[in-house]
Design a binder for this molecule. Sequence first.
Ligand code: ADP
Ligand code: MG
Length: 615
Amino acid sequence: MTLLDIHEPGQTPLPHAGERGLAVGIDLGTTNSVVAIARESVAEVLRDEHGDGLVPSVVFYGDDGQVIVGKDAQTRFADNPDAVVSSIKRLMGRGAADLSGVSGKLPYTIDPATAEGGMVKVRVGGRARSPVEISADILRALKARAEAALGQTVERAVITVPAYFDDAARTATRDAARVAGLEVLRLVNEPTAAALAYGLDKGVEGLYAIYDLGGGTFDLSLLRLEKGVFQVLATGGDAALGGDDFDRALAERLSVDLDSPGAVRRVLLAARAAKEKLTSADSVELLTRTVSREDFEAAIAPLVKRTADICVRVLSDAGIGDEAVRGVVLVGGSTRVPAVRRAVERVFGKAPLSDIDPDEVVAVGAALQAEALTSGSDTLLLDVTPLSLGIETMGGIVEKVIPRNTPIPVTVGQEFTTYQDGQSAMAIHVVQGERELAPDCRSLARFELRGIPPMTAGAARIRVTFSVDADGLLTVAAEEKTTGVVQRVEVKPTYGLDEDELADMIYDSLEHAEDDMRRRLLQEARVEAQRLVHAIDAALVSDGDLLDGAERGALDQARGRVLANVSGEDREAINAAAQALEELSKSFAERRMDRGIRDALAGVSVDRLESRMGN
Ligand code: ADP
Ligand code: MG
């Protein structure tokens, strides 16, 4: 029972909606954010007093602890560039290594003290702030907007994220919501939310593509809509491609001095305004120059082509021809650019659907999902994992446990075993990516399963279970089956990924598929050969006396040939040497077996032996 309500002086507490407040849908965008509410399957975008639904994802930090979010923060940029931060979503879950090579061009000042480990921080308003804390300030403003519009407390939300966000970025988004006092009912992929809004509004069924080009990210998703069930068949995208890059491409045409982050931001803002005008105008003035729409289209052509290439790849990944796609839904402000619409039409062979507001559709879908989750509707939302998840096995080979495009939530278990006799611990290295060898994938977590009872190599049965929840977050557990020793980690990823690497990961895997497979087979041959040498070495220690001098010499020679080849590149040679060694060790193995049986029977009386055999 609550005896006292404590609230800010001067504020009257808002009426409480039920026990845990209303649940809203939030599109937390790189450039713009939107909050919406759904009641009885009708969604409404919550607007300011001017009727604006978009809240620029821009934050101003004043000297006196004042925090301003949105348009008012944007207008303060001209006088106070160092106190204003934008596009912070691009840094969610990113480490210093992710930014190397691009930091000079970024519209932030990265705090040098925090740039070493973990998520980077930016310097703004006189101090270092993390992307989580800045995103939390945006979420707080959206929560306040919703509470003002609804006259009730809002404590729960469905928040959307790009389908391509990795584990680190999703975790950071959840953390930001917690800081802002919002319980996250579900993280939903942005294109999925758009489809949800679209499907429910129009009652369509069939296969749809969602093409979402916003300020900072590009996502393409293929979804099947059927009787209220939405299944994501495939996703692809680029976490570092959007309207910001259009602005940059246009700014670079001007060849003006970009010597400080402040100057970069000013030029980029001017370029953005010009770009947006060029959607309807044939030419505009930009920093005393005239820029035509043709100039602009030439500047962005390579970027538009990158999105088209991704579309083609996702279609072929899913084994779907463009004619099977019933419609293409446009999402995001950058899909207003005529050249983008033409490119989409070329790839899919049909004009994209445009009877849907590209700025608001994601928040509308999120709001509908929030209502479904709190009121128990029968809409089912199936998302997929954007990248494969696996563990590193001997020789750095990646065993994929959950392949890319698996519907989530999902739990998959796989058994592994020990490599050496008496091995009492096993290092588990969890990786994400499409490549065959661990160093080419993203490292998510490492942990150790200890306390494995001593057994011969290959006898232990270690079950590793990967669970991806509905938000796309991964938990990994390892259990030794004979003893029940369990270790579990919630994957809190390390932030070591290079910016381009994330974007190009899947593309890379296709490009390297053949080479990767060759390296994998080579690596497997090496591991097999080493395993054999280990086993023979152990046998020689315990039973070396079973061999005469000549036999021992031959075996040593064959063993030497394996070792001479094992680190080379010739897989055939490794296999041949290993096979020869195995062949040669056969009679040794037989003699060891005989001795083992003799030892086991030594001192056992005949009747005990009989009773044993009778068992
Ligand atoms: P995000 O999802 O990243 O928050 P939005 O979907 O709000 O982004 O899209 C923002 C991007 O759309 C910006 O780069 C903005 O300049 C661009 N944009 C908005 N309106 C137009 C327009 N009329 N013409 C071209 N680009 C536009
Ligand atoms: Mg968006």
